[in-house]
Design a binder for this molecule. Structure first.
Ligand code: SF4
Length: 237
């Protein structure tokens, strides 16, 4: 269900002016997540629903000004109405569609790509594959994440990987697990964790959390940088 809408962003869809649509519900429980209102059932209930028609009207008002939309969450692919909604958006507005995903639903992701409903994909890589089971109870989640990466890379669409740098979940050992799955064609963003104390899912993660400096991060990322992956940083300068 749609719970939020932001009319204009110039930072969430690379090179484009876009509106953002926030969809509630997630199959992960990332301790550093600051989208409590889109992830925790009791908090989701307190947010009013926004109808698809309302969003469509907002998009049509902005037609000619915005280039596209960003669908984010939560995990938007879990929303059963997403396919119909995006089909209507494409048909009525012809806007570009960027999907933010956690990569947990490779089959669904592929079907959206096959149906030409997506124009750009940003997939989170939360941690090393062997630690994914700490974030959710999805069977074989490590394989599903790898499968999604393969599907995205083969899609021919522009894409990015992105990691929120949270020290307990992002250590050298995690980078070593991820690196073999990257290619020099890939675009990979590393973003600083946003500390929004009242919104964070598991505030205990903040206890003893040490800041990673830009220099430390670049040292950690050596295996990835050696592969000539196109690395960029958000919030580190
Ligand atoms: S960070 Fe993203 S994937 Fe993780 S719980 Fe929050 S919304 Fe879900």
């Amino acid at each position: 269900m749609i719970k939020g809408f932001l009319g204009t962003t110039i930072i969430d869809y690379p090179g484009k002016i876009a509106s953002i649509i926030f969809v509630s519900g997630c199959n992960f429980f990332c301790p550093f997540c600051y989208n409590k209102s889109l992830v925790i059932a009791d908090h989701i209930k307190t947010q009013p629903d926004i109808s698809e028609n309302t969003i469509l009207d907002e998009l049509l008002k902005r037609k000619g000004f915005i280039d596209g939309i960003v669908i984010t969450g939560g995990e938007a692919l879990l929303w059963p109405e997403l396919r119909d909604f995006l089909s209507i958006v494409k048909k009525r507005t012809n806007l570009l569609i960027k999907l933010d995903t956690n990569g947990s639903l490779p089959e669904k992701l592929k079907s959206f790509i096959d149906d030409a409903l997506l124009d750009y994909i940003a997939m989170d890589i939360k941690t090393g594959f062997s630690k994914y089971s700490r974030l959710c109870s999805i069977k074989n989640i490590d394989k599903k994440i790898q499968e999604s990466m393969q599907i995205i890379r083969s899609s021919g669409l522009p894409f990015e990987w992105r990691t929120t740098v949270v020290p307990p979940l992002f250590k050298i050992s995690d980078i070593k697990e991820i690196t073999p799955f990257l290619s020099s064609e890939d675009v990979y963003y590393f973003q600083k964790m946003a500390v929004i104390e009242e919104e964070i899912i598991d505030p205990s993660i903040l206890e003893g959390l040490e800041d990673v400096s830009f220099t430390e991060l670049k040292t950690m990322l050596k295996p990835i940088l050696k592969k000539n992956v196109k690395v960029s940083y958000r919030g580190f300068d």
